[in-house]
Design a protein around this ligand. Structure first.
Ligand SMILES: [Zn+2]
Length: 477
């Protein structure tokens, strides 16, 4: 049911972010589906599916390569601080990072007056950051890289390491000014252009994003897979840019609604009202608000499928890479209940996606969809219908990845299970614990370990409890 070509929008957009696998682990958009597929109850249910965001199998993939760069700390400046600096260097190499950090911090300010010593201190801070990152990730290293770049702001290796840490931490300091400075000191690197393209696309400035992608292509070297990948992405971003040009835009406090066709004031206002309410209510409940404006694109019915490549029965979708919500205008003007239901569901995806940041793919699909169903406070009468049907509980472990290969029936059961699982977690442990669990996944803890550590129950036990609850509900139904 998800076999339709989604490359018009999702694939290119997915590819934009996936570019960063050059520096990061693979970033694969999470596939979603927002409501039960049409086979469940075609007459009564307006179905709402999120097209799978996974790049198709022919997606050209650049080789993942995390470029964390040590700087050779061999040439210690021959000053009276030689021995101190040497001791710090040795501590870093031996892994005595706390000692090294306090020694570096305690260096008297006048030490930095000497240019050689200053730049050598920057090297030590850089190398300290890399060792810290190996142990505790970029959250631990960003401070050291910042210190290093303040001491030697023109060192391209240090700035690239800082950019990498900013990127992973989604630090707002990774802004246009910073990236332009990085481009100045590292003019041949593709990454700063890719990052700046991302910065622009987040702000809806796709023309500028496209220009920087073009420049990234020029700097991608001779790696044929990276070249091919960037060219594909770039051409798709230009296409999306072209598509955006025909859209009118209306800005709300936290949302930007783009609209193709009828610019009816009431529909703008309705969409923004529903979203602002969802923002306040769901954001408050979840304890997080999206860090940037969420773009919502309303497509005329006839164009929705073509624009988004979504399945015929889809009501809406969240594109996890550009972070955009897409809706057909079908029902938008006449069926407020439908509109509210779809917008709130997609908003939860946008919110959770924003919270998870770069590691959003660590979230299992069952939890992502279950939370969207639960947090949007939607009433799923079709879920009740399904509960009465003869549906078999499948292990949650089989519902962690893409659901795009599931049959319609299996997908329906998957939503039902996702909903049950999320409801169980929220009822049994509460929102705070669930958000803490997401936080663990965000910090790259494997799912089973995160469940065990946060909920003091094994993944297997959790599934057994869910299955027992499921069977009990079924027997009552
Ligand atoms: Zn969904």
């Amino acid at each position: 049911m998800y076999r339709r070509n989604i490359s018009n929008l999702l694939y290119p957009i997915a590819a934009v972010l996936a570019l960063f696998i050059v520096y990061e682990a693979v970033v694969k958009p999470t596939p979603h589906q927002t409501q039960l597929p049409s086979s469940v109850n075609q007459s009564a249910v307006k179905n709402n599916a999120q097209a799978p965001g996974e790049p198709p199998s022919d997606d050209p993939q650049p080789a993942p390569e995390k470029q964390m760069r040590m700087i050779d700390a061999g040439g210690i400046p021959d000053t009276k601080y030689h021995d101190t600096l040497e001791a710090i260097r040795d501590d870093i190499e031996k892994g005595n990072l706390k000692t090294a950090e306090s020694q570096l911090t305690d260096l008297p300010p006048h030490v930095q007056a000497d240019a050689l010593t200053r730049s050598y201190s920057a090297v030590l801070w850089n190398n300290l950051g890399i060792e810290q990152e190996k142990l505790e990730g970029t959250k631990a290293s960003v401070k050291a890289f910042k210190k290093a770049s303040s001491l030697d702001p023109k060192n391209p290796v240090i700035l690239l390491n800082l950019a990498h840490a900013y990127w992973e931490q989604r630090d707002p300091a990774m802004n246009q000014d910073f990236l332009e400075r990085l481009i100045e000191v590292a003019p041949q690197e593709p990454f700063p252009h890719m990052a700046l393209a991302d910065w622009f696309q987040e702000r809806g400035r796709l023309s500028e994003a496209g220009r920087h992608l073009d420049q990234a292509v020029e700097r991608a070297g001779t790696d044929p897979s990276l070249q091919s990948y960037l060219r594909t992405v770039t051409s798709k971003v230009h296409q999306t840019d072209q598509m955006d040009r025909r859209l009118a835009s209306r800005e709300g406090a936290h949302f930007s609604v783009k609209y193709d066709g009828d610019k009816d004031v009431d529909s703008w206002t309705t969409v923004l009202d529903i979203l602002e309410e969802a923002y306040r209510e769901i954001g408050q409940n979840f304890g997080h608000f999206p860090s940037k404006t969420v773009v919502v694109v309303l497509h005329p019915n006839a164009a929705f499928q073509a624009d988004t490549g979504s399945p015929a029965w889809a009501d809406g979708l969240f594109d996890p890479v550009l972070g955009r919500i897409h809706l057909p205008t079908q029902g938008a003007l006449t069926d407020r209940a439908w509109l509210k239901r779809v917008l709130r569901h997609e908003f939860v995806h946008a919110l959770v996606h924003d919270y998870q940041g770069i590691n959003h793919n660590a979230l299992p699909t069952w939890l992502n969809e279950g939370l969207a169903m639960q947090l949007s406070s939607d009433h799923w009468t079709e879920v009740d219908d399904l509960r009465r049907a003869n549906v078999t509980f499948v292990p949650l472990t089989t519902l962690e990845g893409s659901w795009s290969d599931l049959s319609a029936e299996a997908a329906s059961a998957a939503y039902l299970e996702a909903n049950s699982a999320a409801r169980y977690l929220l009822t049994r442990y509460g929102m705070h614990e669930v958000v803490q669990l997401l936080g663990r996944l965000k910090n790259r803890q494997p799912l089973a370990a995160a469940i065990q550590d946060e909920l003091s129950v094994s993944y297997d036990q959790l599934q057994s409890r869910l299955m027992a609850q499921w069977q009990e509900a079924r027997s009552k139904g």
